[in-house]
Design a protein around this ligand. Structure first.
Ligand SMILES: *Cc1c(COP(=O)(O)O)cnc(C)c1O
Length: 490
């Protein structure tokens, strides 16, 4: 790493008068604003960095080298499905024909509307539901949209007393958050020791005030919820609807369908399961699907095929939740991914993601605590290192999950998800996805074992990791107590 450039902002590299470009000579007379527009004039010059071309090139190249992504290394971030995003998708979504203005009249956007319709139909087939909207911008946004569908359904029947939603204690944090934004009261249902929803604890919660229940399957522990048919029957009998958080759809692809299990409404994360780049806050896409009889509540605008493709707005709809038709570039990428795998290969993606997760789990259980010892789906959770490798929670000096995650960075791996879900003290959640080779998985397993041995032999070394990254361990407490939000020119 070059010391001149490292860790500096482009503004800090700036020297007054340095230029890295030359503009063509202006052929027009100077232009100045009329006096009545004087309010629009700047009072002082803008603070812009002044750098030569080589400084700019080195600055941004060094910065990109510090970035870690799926394209640079293994990224086993549980709950995030960081699979490889084929470059073909990138190429296809940049075809000039898709580069149209959102306000383009439908008759000039037939290709894009057809693509939208085909993606929604394919997702409906994969999910076993009737129709999808692709308008929501993210998984959490899809949850909100789906819950609004559920609320619209109850209100349309004059059933206005259903103001509560049941959410398992293992749920992703977005579930209760979306429900609260939707104006619903959250009722938590406990999990059993095996990590699945406790049906006996659910029964007394059901009643005429329940709008529905949210479930994730496989749940956030990577476990298949086996009692869904019974749960769905109980919730339906009390008049509620079943919501499926489909962010974990990956292992289910082409193998089983939420619609067949008794779910009424769901969202899918295109940016996770259907392989489009994600992270750092966006863009994403959270399509929402519904079973027959709920289609009229989906958000406006809706894409309809009546001879040609049209945009329709229905009065029964819950209204607009986004501008136009969502993050369209993501929808094109998902379409390319679906077509390049094809119906025959989609189930392989799910099955391989399950195989890879179980392979890592079984290979590492000798070194890491496995709190729930069963076949997992696409991801699983360790509860830190085993006692004999320094992971005894009762010892104040024990080597924590945070330490293991930091040490992994020294070996060039992205850290797994840590301290989520909240059911265990030292949760370390690993999701390899189907796109990793056996060589990469074996390499990761070897490093995780090595870290366990290091934790036993030299705990202080692990506790002070990372040692080889450009930035060493952060002082989290200082970051919270003395946050710096702005850069001040020196
Ligand atoms: C990622 C995830 C979400 C939220 O999706 P975003 O696109 O990040 O809003 C919801 N539920 C589960 C289980 C998830 O893994």
């Amino acid at each position: 790493m070059n010391r001149t450039y490292y860790g500096k902002l482009i503004f800090e590299l700036s020297k007054p008068g340095r230029v890295g470009y030359s503009l063509p000579k202006c052929e027009f007379e100077g232009y100045s604003l009329n006096d009545d527009k004087a309010f629009a004039k700047r009072e002082s010059n803008t603070l812009l960095p002044e750098c030569d071309e080589l400084t700019v090139v080195r600055h941004y190249t060094n910065m990109s080298n510090n970035n870690f992504g799926v394209d640079t290394g293994f990224y086993p971030l549980g709950s995030c499905t960081m699979k490889y995003n084929p470059k073909l998708n990138e190429e296809l979504c940049q075809l000039p024909g898709f580069n149209i203005h959102p306000m383009t009249p439908a008759k000039y956007a037939q290709g894009s509307l057809k693509l939208y319709d085909e993606v929604q139909k394919t997702l409906a087939e994969i999910a076993g539901l009737s129709r999808f909207t692709l308008n929501p911008y993210a998984g959490a946004h899809g949850e909100l949209t789906g819950l609004m569908v559920i609320r619209s359904y109850h209100i349309s029947r004059g059933d206005t007393a259903r103001t509560k939603i049941i959410v398992p204690d293992s749920a992703h944090g977005t579930n209760p958050a979306s429900a609260a934004v939707c104006g619903l009261q959250i009722v938590e249902v406990k999990s059993l020791a095996d990590g699945t929803v406790d049906v006996e604890a659910l029964k007394p919660l059901l009643g005429p005030d329940i709008a529905g229940m949210m479930m994730t399957n496989p749940n956030t522990l990577g476990l298949f919820e086996t009692k869904i048919p019974e749960i769905a029957r109980l919730v339906h009998e009390c008049g509620g609807l079943m919501y499926y958080d489909g962010a974990n759809l990956n292992p289910m692809l082409g193998v089983c369908r939420p619609g067949d299990m008794g779910f009424d409404v769901m969202h899918i994360n295109l940016h996770k399961t259907f392989s489009t780049p994600h992270g750092g806050g966006g863009p994403g896409s959270g399509p929402v699907g519904v079973r027959k009889g709920l289609e009229q509540f989906l958000p406006n605008p809706m894409v309809r095929q009546i001879d040609n493709y049209k945009l329709a707005c229905e009065d029964s709809s819950l209204g607009y939740i986004s501008y136009f038709l969502g993050n369209f570039g993501i929808i094109i990428r998902a379409y390319a991914y679906l077509l390049s795998l094809g119906k025959e290969n989609i189930p392989m993606a799910g099955k391989l993601s399950v195989l890879n997760a179980n392979y890592i789990k079984e290979s590492l259980r000798s070194h890491y605590k496995l709190p729930i010892d069963t076949v997992c789906k696409h991801e699983f959770v360790f509860d830190g290192l085993r006692e004999e490798y320094g992971g005894d929670h009762h010892d104040a000096e024990h080597v924590t999950t945070l330490d293991v995650a930091k040490r992994l960075l020294d070996y060039g791996f992205h850290a797994p998800t840590i301290y989520f879900p909240l059911l265990f003290h030292e949760a370390l959640m690993i999701e390899p996805t189907e796109t990793e080779s056996k060589e990469t998985l074996d390499d990761f397993i070897a490093v995780m074992k090595k870290i366990a041995e290091e934790a036993k032999a030299d705990p202080q070394m692990v506790k002070s990791a990372p040692h080889s990254t450009p930035v060493r361990r952060m002082d989290d407490v200082k970051a919270v107590k003395e946050p710096k939000f702005t850069f001040k020119a020196l």
